[in-house]
Design a protein around this ligand. Structure first.
Ligand code: GDP
Ligand code: IMO
Ligand code: MG
Length: 439
């Protein structure tokens, strides 16, 4: 199984960092293929917690090649800070490689992100304000500045001049802001170029060399399917494609290089930022799950919105990603709830009360959809010490079985705590990985 894509199958923050770190144990390379430092991927190892935004979650394995692919947008200040922090913690970063074709987040992208949200007022998307949208917009407009441009002062300056002009117009109140000064930006970015030069590479070739040698490559997604710019809850989405197909474009491989696609999910749902969320909870129950699950953003610290497991959305995510397995994280968080609701269809809150079995394609319909639920029995036992499926309470096993059967995708991995050992490998796919990791 040389090429495995790992994607978020909900609204992000499913636990991708933890699962990537686990799979990286037997992988030869980990490649991030989209998004930027809007992502926050957490790895907990013993008493150490690592929060990664740009560097692939395989970095704690010193022999694993870690690639920031061409599809990622890179804020070089964040990247150099992240490298410094890892080095301070004695993490070996020598096998990090950065695609020369990846686009750079510039100071004006962040300013535009802030200004855009301010202008939208009540209608704002609730972006992470990291400049992600404006950077991808410049990439599409062919005004982007790429990592390779950092290595040539003349070209860098020329490209900044071309990109800066339209920004000065749209950021008129800031036209004299020193952050928009050509010389200042050029100097700052050249400094990043010097710092990052040894990591910049032809990453497409590097990844293909690994695949050609039959080695295992994990493609690590950021965000989640419902935040996809094409398939998510537009316009309340991010500006890239977090679905599995984007691994090909964002890393430079073909569909035939992908053998498996794992969807990482939480045993319930969360969402940060604005936008429709049909199974959203409020009140005490939401607060309880938020506190128990530590549902506060890794990147922005914002409290995450919390809801029941949404199988309508998950079945949709399974389809658009061609999921071959599910990694169900945070099952432990649900202990102690008498009854668990799982959403199996939507109902419109409008006068017609229409029912939907499939994820609605029309924004208006989705904004007026609420979940219709099947109630399943809860369990009171603490799951955090369980390491075999047979140790789980029967109700927890039934919960997993219900979701796997509904979605038609088997469960390969179950998370029962934040620690890297707090997992249960499940089914044939899980057993294969466990055996391979032990070998
Ligand atoms: P990512 O963006 O998908 O990598 O997820 P985040 O790191 O933003 O958020 C997931 C959070 O859940 C992190 O704080 C993880 O340490 C934590 N976590 C991951 N798996 C589990 C699990 O099985 N149980 C519990 N209780 N926490 C988990
Ligand atoms: P990881 O990889 C959860 C959300 C933002 C906002 C929308 C657009 O940790 O799962 P953007 O800054 O991308 O333009 O914001 O997308 N968002 C995330 N939500 N997890 C993430 O990443 C996210 N990255 C962006 O909250 O609603
Ligand atoms: Mg996250």
């Amino acid at each position: 199984m040389p090429g495995i894509v790992l994607v978020g199958a909900q609204w992000g923050d499913e636990g991708k960092g933890k699962v990537t770190d686990l799979l990286a144990e037997r992988a030869d390379a980990v490649v991030r293929f989209q998004g930027g430092n809007n992502a926050g991927h957490t790895i907990v190892r013993g008493r150490q917690t690592y929060k990664l935004h740009l560097i692939p979650s395989g970095i704690l394995h010193k022999d694993t090649l870690c690639v920031i692919g061409n599809g990622v947008v890179i804020d070089p200040r964040v990247l150099t800070d992240e490298l410094d922090e890892l080095r301070r913690r004695r993490v070996d970063t020598r096998l990090l490689r950065i695609s020369a074709n990846a686009h750079l987040i510039m100071p004006y992208h962040m300013m535009l992100d802030h200004a855009g949200e301010a202008k939208l007022g009540k209608l704002q998307i609730g972006t992470t304000r990291r400049g992600i949208g404006p950077c991808y917009a410049d990439k599409a407009a062919r005004l982007g500045i790429r990592v390779q441009d950092l290595l040539d002062e003349k070209i860098l300056k020329k490209k900044i001049v071309a990109a800066l002009e339209p920004k000065r117009l749209s950021l008129r109140p800031f036209a004299k802001d020193p952050r928009l000064d050509l010389q200042t930006i050029t100097e700052e970015y050249l400094t990043y170029g010097h710092r990052l030069a040894s990591y910049i590479a032809d990453t497409v070739r590097l990844v293909h060399e690994r695949l050609d040698a039959g080695e295992t490559v994990v493609f690590e997604g950021a965000q989640g399917a419902l935040l996809d710019i094409d398939h998510g809850t537009y316009p309340f989405v991010t500006s890239s494609n977090p679905v599995a197909g984007a691994a090909c474009v964002g890393a430079g491989v073909g569909p035939k290089d992908i053998d498996e696609v794992w969807g990482v999910i939480k045993a319930y749902s969360t969402r940060v930022g604005a936008g429709p969320f049909p199974t959203e909870l409020d009140g005490e129950l939401a607060d309880e799950i938020r506190e128990r699950g530590g549902e506060y953003g890794t990147t922005t610290g914002r409290p995450r919105r919390v809801g029941w497991l949404d199988l309508v959305a998950l079945r949709y995510a399974a389809r658009i990603n061609s999921l071959t397995a599910l990694a169900v994280m945070k099952l432990d968080v649900l202990s102690g709830l008498d009854r668990l609701c799982v959403c199996t269809r939507y109902r419109s809150t409008g006068p017609d009360g229409a029912e939907f079995e499939h994820f609605p394609y029309h924004q208006t319909v989705l904004h007026h959809a609420t979940g219709e639920y099947v109630q399943l029995e809860g369990w009171s036992e603490d799951l955090t010490e369980c390491r075999e499926e047979s140790e789980l309470p029967a109700a927890a096993r039934d919960y997993l079985r219900f979701m796997a059967e509904f979605v038609g995708v088997p469960v390969a991995l179950i998370g029962v705590g934040p620690g890297r050992d707090q997992v249960i490998w499940s089914g044939r796919t899980g057993a294969n990985w466990l055996a391979a990791a032990a070998a």
